[in-house]
Design a protein around this ligand. Structure first.
Ligand code: SF4
Length: 334
């Protein structure tokens, strides 16, 4: 007899269908079917998880690769991902695991916590990344306390598309998040991602209010989300949450259903200049050498962390502060 699959959190059953309440897609799921993310199936009157404890990739990565530049810089982190996504970005840079049907392997929360402890000399904890971790909610909720009990940090690299109640349950279990803000235009979110912008903004604001360390990523796609007005609006809004939130503006490369050419490096740098009018820490991503690679002290302007690829030199940093003037550099080191 096959093992009974774990039950999903956050759903109702109304007449013959389930209504999933984990994310704002609010999928109505008929018997035998799954929701948009493909990971929750309604069967025998319950919503069951097809992805609990199923991973596609695991590796120890530089934490800068997440990207997180202000959270344990220079360290590594055990990184794990499952499959599927609750958005459908036409330009997805990880479409093989988010939209495809990759091979998965089994892992229990205790095993993952054990691996985190095993690698603790070189890794600060576990990052749930590669695909969308929020649809792995139940597994992360089980694994995170075990990882933290052994001193590991828990990181999410996410699209932020989740409802407030499950987010409130998750936030106390998470140390840091990188949240995509893919555009500042709801039409873009609807047309190219199959989502909406407001829930993402609410996640960023809620995570900041809860005291989580957050960094934000914008994948810059020429002609689609790079208008100057929108870049001003987006950076201004992030600064209304906190001007200390690091913003990563990453270069897009053709992938999935988008075949327009890669973002010109100058376009990324111009977007960084605009965002720097509002935010203390703005970085160019996927670019190699850039004027927006290093962390500069917002008070005295000295370099506190210099970066070349994933290699860093934090000689200008002293316990999270600028070694030159002592100002807070918004870097978490312990
Ligand atoms: S988590 Fe999946 S099934 Fe649930 S509402 Fe979101 S996309 Fe639909």
């Amino acid at each position: 007899m096959s093992e009974r699959l774990k039950e999903a959190a956050y759903y109702d059953v109304d007449q013959d269908a389930a209504r999933c309440r984990l994310c704002p897609q609010a999928c109505g799921i008929m018997p035998g079917r799954t929701g948009i993310c493909g990971t929750r199936r309604f069967r025998d009157g319950r919503l069951e998880l097809l992805n609990y404890g199923r991973y596609t990739s695991i590796a120890v990565d530089p934490i800068e690769k997440k990207p997180l530049y202000h959270f344990h810089p220079g360290k590594e982190i055990l990184s794990i991902g499952g499959k599927g996504c609750n958005l459908k970005c036409a330009f997805c840079q990880n479409c093989e695991i988010s939209q495809g049907d990759p091979v998965t392997h089994a892992i229990e929360p205790e095993e993952l916590a054990g691996l985190s402890a095993k690698y603790s000399e070189r890794s600060v904890g576990v990052a749930f990344t590669y695909n969308e971790p929020l649809i792995w909610f139940e597994f992360i909720r089980a694994a995170a306390p075990l990882i933290r009990a052994d001193g590991g940090k828990v990181v999410l690299v996410t699209n932020g598309f989740i409802n407030p109640a499950p987010l409130a349950e998750l936030l106390p279990l998470v140390d840091a998040m990188n949240i995509d803000l893919k555009s500042f235009d709801d039409v873009f979110y609807k047309k190219y991602c199959g989502g909406r912008i407001d829930p993402v903004k609410e996640t960023i604001a809620a995570a900041a209010a809860a005291g989580s360390h957050i960094e934000v990523t914008l994948l810059l796609i020429p002609e689609f989300n790079d208008s100057r007005d929108m870049l001003h609006d987006q950076a201004r809004w992030i600064s209304s949450v906190s001007r200390k939130i690091p913003l990563h503006i990453s270069r897009y490369f053709p992938n999935h259903q988008f075949d327009i050419p890669a973002t010109p490096p100058d376009t990324v740098e111009e977007a960084c200049e605009i965002a720097s009018e509002y935010l203390d820490y703005v970085y160019a991503g996927n670019l190699g050498r850039s004027a927006f690679a290093d962390t500069k002290c917002p008070s005295c302007g000295r370099t506190v962390i210099s970066r070349r690829g994933y290699h860093i030199d934090a000689a200008g940093l002293n316990d999270g502060n600028c070694a030159n003037c002592g100002a807070d550099a918004a870097v978490i080191v312990s």
